[in-house]
Design a binder for this molecule. Sequence first.
Ligand code: AMP
Ligand code: MG
Length: 432
Amino acid sequence: MVRVNVPPSAGAPGAVFERAAIIAVGSELLGTSRVDTNSLFITEQLNVLGIEVAYKSVVGDDRVQLGAAVRFALDHVGFVVCCGGLGPTDDDVTREVVAEILGRPLTEHEGITTRIRDRFASRHMDMPSINRRQAMVPADTLVFNNPHGTAPGLWIDEGDRAVLLLPGPPRELKPMLATVVESILSSRSPHRSLVTQVVRITGRTESHTEEAVQSLYREWARAAVPVSATILASLGQIELHLSARAGSPARAAAAVKAAALQVSEAVGLDAYSLDGRPLEQVVGDLLVERQFRIALAESCTGGLLTSRLTDVAGSSRYVESAVVAYANSAKVSLLGVPQVLIDQHGAVSEPVAIAMAEGVRASARVDLGVGVTGIAGPSGGAANKPVGTVAIAVALSGSTRSQQFRFVGDRERVKRQASQAALDMVRRELLL
Ligand code: AMP
Ligand code: MG
């Protein structure tokens, strides 16, 4: 870290930042080919220090837009982290825009020029003159060397506000942010760790979940370590993100853990994971615990159920085999489903799902068999069995359970919901 005409207060314990704004700079981030991932990393690092991200924005390499974004952020939040736009080319304007807003002239910092020149020299190259731009530094700035690239990072204090400029490439930004945290932010943060725990729920809607947990929100808000909750609905599942801030990570973690247990009490078995594990992993862990092996017979899911189960590392401990029996004839020949069942009830019916589950369980000689048959659409529906009708059966020694569902949505959504429901039926069976 190099100090450039730095006032004595800079970098020393000064204003403590409770909140930050992140501005990701780069026109490529506004297109469809590049995604801003830096802000996620920055957020993670700030949260550990107890600094909350108030908001973030993505701005192109545009002086006017970037200027407006930086001004707004400084007015509203007081600690602004910009990443990107520190390169040597004309389109990299972050340094200049920030210097102009803060009214600090840019001057060339010989130390940085030398570093960049040495970096080129180590590759037997001359430094292109445009790289001098990267050595232009506003007055009263802390400079962070970039061991992985040419653009240095800059920390600029402005009264009780501050701006941090970081290079865009993640492999340059990450180590540099670690240095900034160590040398400045660790003494300028509230030191209240933010811990988040994700509870995952299936088998009830977002509103039903909200209804069940709403009374807890008030209780959590008044607690010694308050817990806040965000509810997120996605296909076939609800996520409840519980966050708490406390003087130590352990205290914050204890508060969210206690809240997660309360949610689990309120919604019962519908809460399938209190620690963010996906459903396929929860099922896998239960299979390991019970020392059961599983075989799958899939029709409308076309292997998706097996694919999800085998996404989990170590699934060979419990996945035995799978049969995708799409045609009726395959259900008969590969799974031993009696043709008469298909004729009487139709291929999408609980009796056929049961025969599929029991057939695959018997032929694979395992503890647990699953059968899934349904109409994913868009065609193939009928008045009594519209698109989205799916029958699922779970066969366990001595007992087979089945259920018929009506999912809504396109083909992909029906398949996904069917796989989710099948995994959930297996989970509930294993918990009995
Ligand atoms: P820069 O020259 O500092 O603007 O950074 C350019 C390189 O960093 C490009 O490869 C970008 O795609 C990458 N980059 C810039 N900003 C981000 C960001 N917010 N998240 C991930 N990569 C980024
Ligand atoms: Mg850029």
